[in-house]
Design a protein around this ligand. Structure first.
Ligand code: SF4
Length: 400
């Protein structure tokens, strides 16, 4: 390959040495795309030699759309007096989960707005009832800013809120609300939400208690490449710290997706979605830079099915979830649906066996490609359910 930096990076990756910020910026901005994809794919196969891609049967219901935080990129939230504002009872949330479980769902990613009318007991009941009524489901509930909200409303510290959630049965936290972990960016797009340090402190506390969590990124708006590098660096450092503590908690996966502008306050300034090439570059560069995070997730949902398939050749090893229900992107006019059997077919078409997994990446069932000599088996407990419609904007909490 050509430039001195690309030669240095290639040697570092071969020797499994950590990349610098400068090298990360080169990957994002200047590296030849196909070279980058090849290097990321080689690194992916070094970690996961089998020609397999994982996916999860999941659903993303929301318990409330009431939120006074007014993030510039969000089309989902409503003020409490708006006619279409809603807050579901615990039983109403359980009805949604019940329907999803009947379709084989094993992960429920439950999130909502910052609604200060809800007491801590409401959230604890959501976890307890889910664990009691649906023992096969992992409650992957509440983003970092919702945990902060619970802390403010209850007067408890963040770690005490997390302790109570853990006592109720929760052990997994979604990475939503990270957006870009740069004060410069957060001040512009979500000034009332709490900065990067708040998001990082919640995940750090969760890891200390043994929670697994994911790290996300929503790019394609006001950020510069340096902000992306700052985000990567913050996530990589926290992962180092969490693993060093040996409490069991850490990030399982990194999940980037692009901002969807429709129906958001940011739309006038950023009317266009980031394209395919920046997404593939993001996936590949993240695989190489985030050397201490196992899984890089491709998104059929946020970027489109063909782009999701292509990302599997750029270092991603996971195809995300089936999203039985999703409302956040839908509010931004972005709708994409699939079925479990289509997810399996998409993974097979890309040349991989499709492995159904749990929230924490334990294998449930392998669906081999027909050309690999085995028949494709049915999903565990799953029908060919239609997966949700996506119509609206992306909030940062479509995260897995
Ligand atoms: S992204 Fe979350 S915190 Fe921000 S306005 Fe939307 S619902 Fe509220």
């Amino acid at each position: 390959m050509g430039s001195p930096l690309s030669n240095i990076i290639e040697k570092k990756i071969l020797r499994q040495e950590r990349l610098s910020v400068e090298e990360g910026l080169f990957l994002l901005d200047d590296a030849p795309l196909l070279w980058l994809g090849r290097l990321a794919s080689e690194e992916r196969f070094r970690r996961f030699p089998q020609k397999e891609v994982t996916f999860v049967l999941d659903t993303n219901p929301n318990y409330t759309n009431v939120c006074e935080t007014a993030c510039q990129f969000c089309a989902f939230y409503r003020h409490s007096e708006d006619p279409d504002a809603y807050t579901l009872s615990v039983d109403e949330v359980m009805e949604k989960i019940d329907k999803a479980v009947q379709n084989g769902v094993t992960t429920v990613l439950l999130q909502g707005g910052h609604n200060d009318a809800l007491p801590l007991d409401y959230y604890l009941s959501l976890v307890r009832e889910t664990k009691k009524r649906f023992p096969t489901v992992t409650p992957h509930f509440f983003s970092a800013s919702e945990i902060q909200m619970m802390s403010r409303v209850s007067g408890l510290s963040v770690i005490d809120v997390l302790r109570k959630l853990k006592e109720a049965g929760q052990t997994s936290l979604p990475g939503g609300g990270a957006e870009i972990l740069s004060d410069r960016v957060r001040d512009k797009i979500s000034p009332q939400k709490g900065g990067p340090s708040e998001w990082l402190s919640v995940h750090s506390a969760a890891h200390e208690l043994g929670f697994l969590s994911t790290a996300t990124m929503m790019y394609g708006h006001v950020e510069e490449s340096e902000d992306v590098a700052e985000h990567w660096e913050a996530v990589r450092q926290l992962q180092d710290e969490s693993k060093a503590k040996k409490m069991g908690g850490h990030f399982t996966a990194f999940v980037p997706w692009s901002f969807k502008p429709e129906n958001t306050a940011l739309e006038r300034r950023f009317p266009r979605r980031a394209g395919t090439i920046p997404y593939l570059r993001m996936i590949a560069a993240s695989r190489l830079y985030l050397d201490n995070i196992d899984h890089i997730q491709a998104s059929w949902f946020s970027e489109g099915k063909k782009v999701g398939q292509t990302a599997l050749q750029f270092g991603a090893d996971d195809f995300g979830g089936t999203l039985f229900e999703e409302n956040v992107h839908a509010e931004a006019g972005f709708v994409n649906t699939t079925t479990p059997s289509e997810v399996i077919t998409l993974i097979h078409e890309a040349g991989f066996d499709a492995v159904q997994r749990t929230t924490d990446y334990q294998r449930i069932k392998t669906n081999q490609r027909s050309d690999s000599g085995s028949s494709i088996g049915p999903l565990t407990g799953a029908g060919d359910m239609p997966i949700r419609k996506n119509t609206a904007t992306p909030i940062d909490f479509v995260s897995m």
